[in-house]
Write a protein that binds this ligand. Structure first.
Ligand code: CAA
Length: 294
């Protein structure tokens, strides 16, 4: 594989483009607007600067990485010569089904189509194409250049040689792939989201405040972020959507999203991206002040 197309230049998409380009692949980054693409590429440049500052990369590695990334606002133009497409658009099932239908029409017949979805069924996405054997999940973690895991998700019809190629490719990117089957939340979010939901319930019931809950999990379990801070980092709307997939998929009340989470999303308190969630954030600073809940 040589030509990789990444659909979506948001946090996950630009991180995925970054790691592929850094490992020498030619990357086409595709999004609907020039403005989104400019923002995506400037985030990649900023994150490459961090790596230069830490002596992980040289300045010339950085420039060569950026030179391997081209941008496109036309999907057809961006995927024409792709060996692999990694879709990292918004987590909306209708949108993803539509994109995969378009990819199926526009990509070369041998091209593998991967989705970075955090919880939408790969089997369902694959069924929107005429090549379900070549559709697979490639779930990267945020921040992509730092986190070592790629959760590789087999859809019902994914061919075993496609899984093997994606596993090998993930290792080539310096990541550790884990192959899992296509059931609600896969493995990462089936385990992570109930923990986050329980932390929100613990807060909602007044058992402890935001700082105490996060400190218990950081110092007691050696997590780099407490569950409430991590929920803010992921986005509360994303957490809610994943919990809804788990609730619907398993049909058990244990997965019901905490009413506090539902209310916060309705109120537009989405975490870091909206400036407030369980913490208040100051743009451009690492400062985070816990919010007091009544
Ligand atoms: N690109 C490149 N490097 C980055 C980076 C980025 N986007 N973000 C951070 N870094 C680097 C920093 O340069 C720094 O490098 P050194 O260790 O060499 O100094 C390192 O990562 C740590 O960064 P910071 O010092 O800025 O901050 P930190 O120590 O607080 O770590 C963190 C930040 C890596 C995000 C850490 O808090 C962490 O691991 N948090 C948990 C993240 C997590 O759980 N992610 C998974 C979320 S779930 C998901 O993504 C999937 C889903 O489906 C919901």
């Amino acid at each position: 594989m040589r030509h990789i197309s990444v659909i979506g230049s948001g946090t996950m998409g630009n991180g995925i483009a970054h790691v592929f380009a850094q490992q020498g692949f030619d990357v086409a980054l595709v999004d609907i607007s020039e403005e989104a693409l400019r923002k995506g590429v400037s985030t990649i440049a900023k994150n490459l600067d961090r790596q230069v500052l830490k002596s992980i990369l040289t300045e010339s590695d950085k420039l060569a990485t950026l030179a391997r990334i081209r941008t496109a606002t036309s999907l057809e133009e961006g995927v024409r010569d792709a060996d692999l497409v990694v879709e990292a658009a918004t987590e909306n099932s209708d949108l993803k089904l539509r994109i995969f239908g378009q990819l199926d029409d526009a990509c070369p017949p041998q091209c593998i189509l991967a989705s970075n979805t955090s919880s939408i069924s790969i089997t369902r996405i694959a069924a929107a194409t005429g090549r379900p054997d070549k559709v697979i999940g490639m779930h990267f973690m945020n921040p992509v250049p730092v986190m070592k895991l790629v959760e590789v998700i087999n859809g019902y019809a994914t061919a075993s040689d496609v899984t093997e190629r994606i596993v090998e490719l993930s290792r080539h990117l310096g990541k550790t792939p884990c192959v899992v089957q296509d059931y609600p939340g896969f493995v990462a979010n089936r385990i992570l989201m109930p923990m986050i939901n329980e932390a929100i319930r613990t807060l909602h019931e007044g058992v402890a405040d935001v700082a105490a809950i996060d400190t218990v999990m950081k110092l007691g379990m050696s997590h780099p972020m407490g569950p409430l801070q991590l929920a803010d980092f992921i986005g509360l709307d994303v957490c809610l959507a994943i919990l809804q997939v788990l609730q619907e998929g398993f049909g058990q009340p244990a997965y019901a999203p905490c009413p506090l989470l539902v209310n916060m999303v309705r109120a537009g308190r989405l975490g870091v991206k909206s400036g407030e969630g369980f913490y208040r954030y100051v743009p451009g600073s690492k400062e985070a002040t816990p919010v007091e809940f009544r």
